[in-house]
Design a protein around this ligand. Sequence first.
Ligand SMILES: [Zn+2]
Length: 375
Amino acid sequence: MSDNAAPCEDFLRELVAIPSVTGSEGLIKDYLVNKFNSLGFDTRVQHVDGDRYNVIGTLGEGPIRLMLCTHEDVIPSLDESKWTTHPFQPSEREGRIYGRGATDAKGSLAAMMEAMARLKGKLLNGSVAIAAVVEEETGRSIGARRLLTEYRPEMAIIGEPTGLRAAVAHKGALRPAITVHGMAAHASHPGRGVNAISAMGKLLVTLNSYAYRVSKNKDPLLGRSSSEATMIRGGERINVIPEQCTVCIDRRLVSNETIDEAYHDLQMVVRRFSRKYRARAEIELLSSYPPSSTPLSEPIVKMASSVLSGMGLNPEPNGFPAGCDMWAFRARDIPTVILGPGSIQQAHVIDEYIEIAELRKAVDVYERLLQKASQ
Ligand SMILES: [Zn+2]
């Protein structure tokens, strides 16, 4: 612990020092349980799978008026040698704390912990809760979905780096792989085979037109839909006509789109391509999560705006460009806002950091929200 540091700063350093990369969330369970207990929360673990647990702390009795929720997992350090200091040894420079997860989303978690601790001993109407859940980073929201099989808060805040803006919507994602099949042959006799890479060239042109078409779909908070080829693989040897070629697509959805409709549309694109070029192609859905939003008329949105404006921060709700666990809450009809310290530009980068001043401000924001919700 350092002198004059707010508790959230110490929590954040301790959290960053635990390399809870997706899949290894088991490493962080004991720390959270001990900390939540020592802060006086009524603490519970909820088994998810293997050695992975959600950790939930509550204060007060009765219905949960507001739940603060964020994720335990972080993405890997990427190229460790490029970091100025070790990604899992937090360091402080120029009023910032550096380390993997500082912004996404252990800064939110640390601030939520201090905010909850400040409410300890206060008289609450109902209860309030903090939940740290596993596996957000893959987009599968496994922890959040498990959490909501047993908890039903009246309102929720998702801790993600929004720069302390209240985000009321996020995009969805649809990630298929499309494989084009050809026929292998010796490269000296190309006519005896069917070149899957050449066929893929035509498919990529088709997919570019598709991307242009979907980009016309626009949402006031989330901007445009998109479709991008993000990975490609094809061919086995330099002197063999390739038998197959696979491309992976990252398709982002805005509020008025559904996974089913978007996937059906893309399936039709692939089918038409197959017919036109007589190339056998198949599409397989690898992962998806829906876009979601909370109506501006919901009390949680008004509450967040009024707290932010009371602190001199921007009260205007906006959209969150990345994925997060909000959709799991909205699927259960729980009014939810995404709100946390740090910039999304700092998520998933080398030398990830959070501004300490913003981290501290987040504690006040969360504390006021908890107070208002439990009055
Ligand atoms: Zn995150």
